[in-house]
Write a new protein. Structure first.
Length: 360
């Protein structure tokens, strides 16, 4: 396992991060791992060299945080040797979700940010989290209010660093400008959807992270299990479930069994070149005698600007195939073959920028 610095901080994290979306039983078809299984997966991750664990209050409405905290205690790991990240934004009750009540138990208001972190710390059994991330944008709250609330919890010592997830370039820069102007804690990382079959971040978000020194954390690096090879094109040109005995390894927490996650929850979206990516993956995996999931995760390790890749699992077999990506070495030719299979077409103004750079 290799380790990388999170952006321009001094925080060292493993290049694979274990995500806990599968923990608990309140997150639809994605969840399902009980406490015994969670503890075994955390132990296995630590044994593989993982020191970075990511969760969110909305995962099974707090169960994932509770189970991660207990697992870390059960395995006896020192608090100082692990990096724990969680997130805030989602509704934390049915009433809050529907808007019929608990109106302040969601979003990114100062009230919810402060109270939600206190609740997360109680569930985790920790005095602080290393990284506290907003889980998206809240259109009902000024971004400046959220930034100031995040600075408040950092000054309290309840979070060491703050980051963001699922927001646009303009929002990241607006938040950082406000932080710099008032000398507040600023975003040090971005957690975003990135896989061989979904490369939108390569247009703006990933270049921004490289230029501004933000750590980049890739979520759903197997695109909801698609890149495990379980789903292939059907006769109508769509994605269909293939051989049900193939492992459904979803690094963001896919569901195992004869009904895969995309059979009931077709998310997240993939590029229209996904079939080409699967074909290239299958070829390279065969050459290495490795799983397609292992190769897909390994490809991400080589992408400039990527700090850590968030993996997940429902059992030890899935975990071992995921962590094997940390040891798989790909040749320049293999990286070119994989990258070319689903390379995104440049968007304006990038194609114009590239054109104007010629000859300089």
């Amino acid at each position: 396992m290799d380790y990388r610095t999170l952006g321009r901080t001094g925080l060292i994290v493993s290049e694979l991060c274990f995500g806990t979306m599968t923990f608990g039983d309140r997150f639809g078809s994605i969840s399902g791992v009980d406490q015994e299984g969670a503890t075994a997966l955390v132990r296995g991750s630590l044994d593989a060299g993982v020191n970075f664990f990511d969760t969110a209050d909305v995962y099974s409405r707090g169960q994932a945080e509770e189970m991660l905290g207990r697992a870390l205690r059960d395995v006896g790991v020192d608090r100082e040797s692990v990096v724990v990240a969680t997130k805030v934004r989602g509704a934390m009750s049915d009433a809050a979700s529907t808007g019929e009540g608990d109106l302040n138990r969601r979003g990114l208001s100062r009230k919810h940010v402060v109270e939600a972190l206190d609740a997360s710390l109680r569930r985790l059994g920790l005095d602080y989290v290393d990284l506290y991330q907003i889980h998206g944008l809240d259109s009902h709250t000024l971004l400046e209010e959220t930034v100031e609330a995040l600075d408040h919890v950092v000054r309290q010592g309840k979070a060491l660093y703050v980051g963001c997830s699922n927001i646009a370039v303009r929002h990241i820069m607006k938040a950082r400008a406000h932080s710099e102007r008032l000398r507040l804690a600023r975003f040090v990382s971005l957690q975003a959807y990135y896989s061989l079959a979904a490369r939108d971040v390569e247009h703006e978000l990933l270049p921004l992270c490289r230029e501004e020194g933000l750590g980049f954390l890739a979520w759903s690096p197997l695109s909801g299990g698609l890149l495990s090879g379980k789903y292939r094109e059907d006769d109508g040109g769509g994605i269909a479930e293939s051989d049900p005995v193939k492992a459904d390894i979803d690094a963001s927490g896919g569901r195992e069994g004869q009904t895969g996650r995309r059979s009931t929850f077709d998310f997240p979206p993939v590029d229209d070149k996904a079939a080409d990516a699967l074909g290239a993956l299958e070829e390279v995996a065969r050459e290495h005698d490795a799983s397609m999931a292992t190769v897909a995760l390994a490809w991400l390790r080589y992408q400039p600007g990527v700090t850590s890749i968030i993996i997940g699992a429902r059992n030890d077999e899935q975990l071992q195939q995921n962590v094997a990506a940390a040891e798989l070495e790909l040749t320049p030719e293999e990286l070119e073959r994989l990258g070319a299979a689903a390379k995104p077409k440049p968007l304006y103004p990038q194609w114009m920028i590239d054109r104007q750079r010629q000859g300089r």
